[in-house]
Design a protein around this ligand. Structure first.
Ligand SMILES: Nc1ncnc2c1ncn2[C@@H]1O[C@H](COP(=O)(O)OP(=O)(O)O)[C@@H](O)[C@H]1O
Ligand SMILES: [Mg+2]
Length: 276
């Protein structure tokens, strides 16, 4: 069963991998300002696989962009290993929903780009890239260009590229949302095995409750905008060795719990959209 857990404070004595403190974000425009995130706290320990679910527009991407260092918060702070985040860094690998590859570079050079920009020679960077392409099952496609690959393969390249600087943390924004169910399931298996082998810390945004339950050690459900944590859980299914875990009664009950929490928030989000 999933159990409620307080993820606002570090759970161990040491600084957590990721700490979000009183984080909020507003976007200003000529027609007024939108508060995307309300002040909230979140603590993620090394090796956690944290899935974030929440209604559309509740600030999930905004949260990920702030942790990645692409956006700055309006208030509050983000710390990685106790150090404040002030911009993007090789310690955090990011995978987007789709379309973030360099179309003018081969697959190999897309993956080698990170190691190249952190100072590795062309040959060492390409060797690292080749190993990662093997890891994601794409070594035969090294010389192809992104447009020659299917959506699922492009997402695999995205994962290899995010892993190329050997980051301790992976930040993934609905990385499989645009894929068909079968490809999605295969890639979920792959990411699970990468996580189990490397013990990386993963912040994973998804709108699929099932995906969250299959992958996460911890799940947060966010409120409608301005987003903050509505509920947080520790989840046992990702560590289960039972291949049929998703058909168990416990899994179905967990799905219902999260679905009910989300439904209330989604309704509220919808009403907000309807306000002129
Ligand atoms: N750069 C931006 N400028 C103005 N508003 C933005 C910007 N980015 C996001 N928003 C607004 O902030 C809210 C949260 O967006 P987002 O983080 O993308 O939500 P989610 O990923 O949960 O769907 C939305 O209302 C969105 O329109
Ligand atoms: Mg988003």
């Amino acid at each position: 069963m999933i159990e409620p857990i307080d993820l606002r404070q570090p759970r161990h004595g040491t600084p957590p991998k990721l700490q979000v403190e009183q984080l909020s974000k507003s976007f200003g425009s000529s027609s007024g300002s939108v508060q995307a995130l309300a002040p909230f706290d979140l603590s993620v320990e090394a090796g956690d696989f944290l899935c974030v679910v929440g209604p559309s527009g509740c600030g999930k991407t905004t949260l990920l962009n702030i942790v990645a260092g692409f956006e700055s918060p309006t208030s509050g702070s983000v710390y990685v290993d106790g150090k404040p985040v002030t911009g993007p860094g090789a310690d955090r690998g990011v995978v987007f929903q789709q379309g973030a590859l360099f179309n003018w570079m081969t697959i190999l050079d897309n993956v080698a780009f990170g190691p190249r920009s952190t100072g590795f020679s062309q040959s060492v960077a390409r060797q690292k890239a080749m190993e990662l392409l093997e890891l994601v099952g794409l070594s035969a496609f090294a010389k192809k260009y992104p447009y020659q690959l299917s959506g699922g393969m492009q997402q695999r390249v995205g994962i290899a590229r995010a892993l190329a600087n050997n980051p301790q943390m992976l930040l993934m924004d609905e990385p499989f949302a645009a894929l068909d169910q079968q490809t999605r399931e295969l890639l979920q298996e792959e990411i699970r095995s990468i996580w189990q082998r490397t013990n990386k810390t993963i912040l994973w945004i998804t709108h699929s409750i099932e995906e969250a339950l299959l992958l996460a050690t911890h799940i947060i459900v966010m409120t409608a905008r301005p987003g903050r944590t509505k509920a947080s859980f520790v989840s046992p299914f990702a560590r289960s060795s039972d291949p049929h875990v998703a058909s168990s009664m416990e899994f179905a009950a967990a799905k219902r719990t999260i679905f009910q929490l989300l439904r209330g928030e989604a309704k509220q989000a919808q009403q907000m959209e309807e306000v002129p």
